[in-house]
Design a protein. Structure first.
Length: 256
């Protein structure tokens, strides 16, 4: 069995300030340095990239952004390019988060184009997939995930599949305190892996698929201990240094 390196990603969303960022980062940085067998990333708002780049310098804590343009440069007011992100030390970028799909009307094709642009600049896209409560109740979960996955991959190109991380984030579990039951999450993760395996067997074994949606310190281990769950994408709980640290350490336990 291939051992995939576990990864825990904090998604700060539109939160933070210069003062609180410093406190938050100082809370987790030492544990991350001591436990290099699990990767740890924080995805921060654009204006804080420079500050947090300095804070994480010479540490094992990696930096990411929460969005990127699909375009290289030019007259795109308000947009940020992938090369700009790399200048600030970003290694990862979250794409296709349900909040961006909902509030910014991002679709599968655009998300795939953004991922392609990220990969071309050496960034690892973390592509979010997930169904709404209505879609789940209608029994459409797998069909939705399949559409989102293949829609994005059509743009990324199958040869770059291995450069992506996927995050399964059921919309009804985000910020609601309702976590998907570990078995239910595992079932969807397995499905995503099978879909990828159909395209490329090796990539199917290699690609990391992380879970997001009300991951907390008290449910993280139960979720992460499933075979096809390779870590987590953590929103609310990543804003507490203590909680995020515990979630990070829960991912480490899986390797034992
Ligand atoms: P949550 O958010 O952990 O607050 O549910 C997860 C996410 O939206 O990435």
């Amino acid at each position: 069995m291939i051992m995939r390196k576990q990864i825990v990603v904090g998604n700060w969303k539109m939160n933070g300030s210069r003062v609180t960022n410093e406190i938050l980062v100082s809370h987790v940085i030492n544990d991350v340095n001591e436990n290099v067998d699990v990767e740890c990333v924080i995805c921060v708002p654009f204006p804080f990239l420079g500050q947090v780049q300095t804070l994480v310098k010479n540490s094992e804590l990696s930096l990411g952004a929460q969005n990127v343009s699909d375009q290289v440069k030019g007259a795109f007011t308000g947009e940020v390019s992938a090369s700009m992100l790399t200048e600030f030390g970003c290694k990862f970028v979250i794409l296709g988060h349900s909040e961006r799909r909902m509030y910014n009307l991002e679709n599968d094709v655009l998300i795939g184009q953004k991922a392609r642009s990220a990969i071309a600049n050496g960034l690892t896209p973390i592509i979010c997939l997930g169904e709404s409560l209505e879609e789940r109740e209608a029994g459409d979960t797998k069909a939705i995930i399949k559409r989102q996955l293949h829609g994005a991959l059509g743009e990324v190109g199958h040869e770059s599949l291995e450069r992506c991380i996927f995050a399964y984030e059921p919309i009804w579990a985000i910020g609601t305190g309702k976590t998907a039951k570990p078995e239910a999450a595992q079932e969807v993760h397995r499905f995503i892996r099978e879909e990828i395996t159909h395209i490329d067997n090796y990539a199917g074994q290699q690609v990391r698929i992380i879970y997001g949606g009300s991951v907390k310190s008290d449910n993280a281990f139960e979720l992460f201990s499933n075979d096809d769950i390779d870590g987590g994408l953590v929103g609310g709980a990543s804003l507490s240094g203590e909680d995020f640290k515990k979630i990070y350490l829960a991912a480490k336990q899986k390797n034992k």
